[in-house]
Design a protein around this ligand. Structure first.
Ligand code: FES
Length: 90
């Protein structure tokens, strides 16, 4: 499984003691890229638990499987997913 993650930050997020969960006593940092509370985990990773070996992107909460990726050097890698109806990779 791979996942497209889009971010527009240009620097780090600094965590401090106020970020510690008051009941659990820990800080959960999102590693899946889907949290709406970034950089913190909000449980959105649960949507990824049944991902297969494909490449995925999430648009407005909907999971799409990417059919192929074309890199800047022109190389295209096919992943076997059916293309989406808009003519672009899903
Ligand atoms: S790890 Fe990303 S929402 Fe939990």
């Amino acid at each position: 499984m791979s996942r497209e993650v889009t971010r527009d930050a240009h620097g780090p997020a600094y965590l401090d003691e106020d970020d510690i969960h008051p009941e659990k006593g820990d800080i959960a940092v999102c590693r899946c890229g889907l949290s709406d509370e970034h950089p913190f985990c909000d449980g959105s990773h649960r949507r990824t638990e049944d991902e297969g070996d494909g490449v995925y992107r999430y648009v407005d909460g909907e999971r799409l499987e990417v059919a192929s990726v074309t890199f800047a050097d022109g190389e295209t890698v096919e992943y076997g997913a059916e293309p989406t109806g808009n003519g672009e990779d899903g």
